[in-house]
Design a protein around this ligand. Sequence first.
Ligand code: HEC
Length: 92
Amino acid sequence: MKKLMLAVSVLLLNVPLAQAGDAKRGQELYQANCTRCHDTSIHARPNSIIHSLDGLKKRVQFCESNGRLNWSPEQIEDVAAYLNKTFYKFKE
Ligand code: HEC
């Protein structure tokens, strides 16, 4: 079962994106890759270091490269879209 789920997620991650900023894909990416150092509660903390959508994208990229995930620009957009929709709610 674990192997099957891995195969499915590898498949999902390799599907080319029709459009940038897919929050649903972003959520999957986040859950699979971003919870090693922090969980989502960091995005609801009162002293957040994120103050704009641009700042959010830059931080996602920063954390992504720290985690050596080798993401495409689309994957960064997806995760930024997910975090913005769910937590930060900056205007696009
Ligand atoms: C190598 C450890 C590490 C990994 C992996 C990591 N982060 Fe982080 N992240 C941090 C640390 C540490 C902070 C807090 C920085 C601070 O307080 O100055 C942080 C903070 C953030 C913030 C700002 C939170 C706020 O509102 O103040 C965002 C957004 C974020 N991370 C996104 C991500 C995403 C998306 C991923 C997956 C690609 C990810 N992080 C993976 C270490 C990590």
